[in-house]
Design a protein around this ligand. Structure first.
Ligand SMILES: Nc1ncnc2c1ncn2[C@@H]1O[C@H](COP(=O)(O)OP(=O)(O)OP(=O)(O)O)[C@@H](O)[C@H]1O
Ligand SMILES: [Mg+2]
Length: 304
């Protein structure tokens, strides 16, 4: 087992190496992609019940996707308890509202995490966007839109529950991944968020990850119950997107603040995460991918 000192060294090594490379990449990507119409794929990761594993899945999935050659940005969109940086082993000085200051640009608020993954702290700043005047909002949005050029995939780690904020993120995203565990409470809450989501126009499909699984039969049971009920009563398609096994190494990694996939690359839960990353890559990019600009304008229209 890795001790705390080893974990600390691993974390430092990963972060130091990445920050130099990443700052360089930010500039290069911004310059080279200007003329190409590129739209990032916006994937919201959410759940009905809290504490089911969204943040850990987001972070480790981001690294797995990055290892498969994707440029990935995580936006912490949990307005209450933003803790992506804790799991990622980085820390951000500013959230996106810092962009209001003239001399601050995207590269000042984006944190370079391990394996090329970038991280933007949205946090409570996202909610405050709604209170900005037109000029200030325009300023933040113009800078934010630059992220389109530096990411192929943007993962949004949302809060739990069926509050308006979470639903607005889901409605504005290109794709929605819901996380549940096999516990009846988590499943009931997953169904509640499916129901709330399916009430909106064009919100007809979600992808489902079953986390903290002990045996394969649980996955089938959870998926078939939720997908059948959602199809029958909500007219919502639920796509089984993969499972992640219960794994004590995940708790060890969280305590060490080193992403699981780096600390225990061969552990059972990482296999599940890598399969989910492959599912994301092999899934057809939705024809209606709106990209970051589309996402931002849609999200803002819900706030008004
Ligand atoms: N596959 C797993 N095996 C073992 N423990 C797990 C697993 N997934 C999650 N956990 C436990 O659940 C905790 C909460 O995970 P995480 O913070 O990712 O959930 P969350 O859904 O983001 O929570 P919140 O709703 O508060 O944002 C982890 O710190 C860990 O202790
Ligand atoms: Mg979380």
């Amino acid at each position: 087992m890795m001790d705390v000192d080893q974990a600390e060294r691993l974390r430092k090594l990963v972060n130091d190496k990445q920050s130099v490379i990443q700052n360089q990449q930010f500039v290069e990507n911004n310059n080279s992609n200007r003329n190409i119409e590129h739209k990032a794929r916006i994937i919201a990761i959410s759940s009905g019940k809290g504490g089911v594993g969204k943040t850990n899945i987001t972070v480790n999935l981001a690294i797995a996707l990055s290892m498969q050659g994707q440029r990935v940005l995580i936006i912490d969109a949990d307005l209450g308890m933003a803790n992506v940086d804790v799991v990622l082993g980085t820390s951000s000085k500013y959230n996106l509202l810092k962009l209001l200051e003239d001399e601050i640009n995207m590269e000042d608020v984006i944190v370079n995490g391990p394996c090329g993954v970038k991280y933007l702290s949205g946090g409570s700043g996202i909610e405050q966007l709604a209170n900005l005047g037109y000029n200030d909002l325009d300023k933040v949005m113009r800078k934010l839109n630059m992220c389109e050029d530096i990411a192929d995939i943007i993962l949004l780690d949302t809060g739990a529950g069926i509050g308006n904020n979470v639903l607005n993120f889901l409605r504005a995203a290109d794709e929605v991944i819901l996380v549940t565990t096999p516990e009846p409470t988590a499943m009931t809450d997953a169904y509640a968020i499916m129901k709330a989501y399916s009430n909106y126009p064009n919100c007809d499909t979600v992808k489902l990850i079953v986390n903290r699984v002990y045996e394969a039969s649980e996955v089938f049971s959870v998926f078939s119950k939720l997908s059948k009920t959602a199809a029958k009563f909500l007219n919502l398609t639920v796509i089984g997107f993969g499972e992640i096994y219960e794994d004590r190494n995940l708790v060890r990694a969280v305590k060490a603040q080193v992403p699981l996939i780096l600390m225990y690359p061969n552990t059972v839960s990482v296999k599940g995460i890598k399969t989910i990353a492959k599912n994301i890559m092999s899934g057809e990019v939705e024809a209606q991918t709106k990209g970051l600009k589309g996402f931002v304008s849609k999200f803002m229209s819900f706030l008004r």
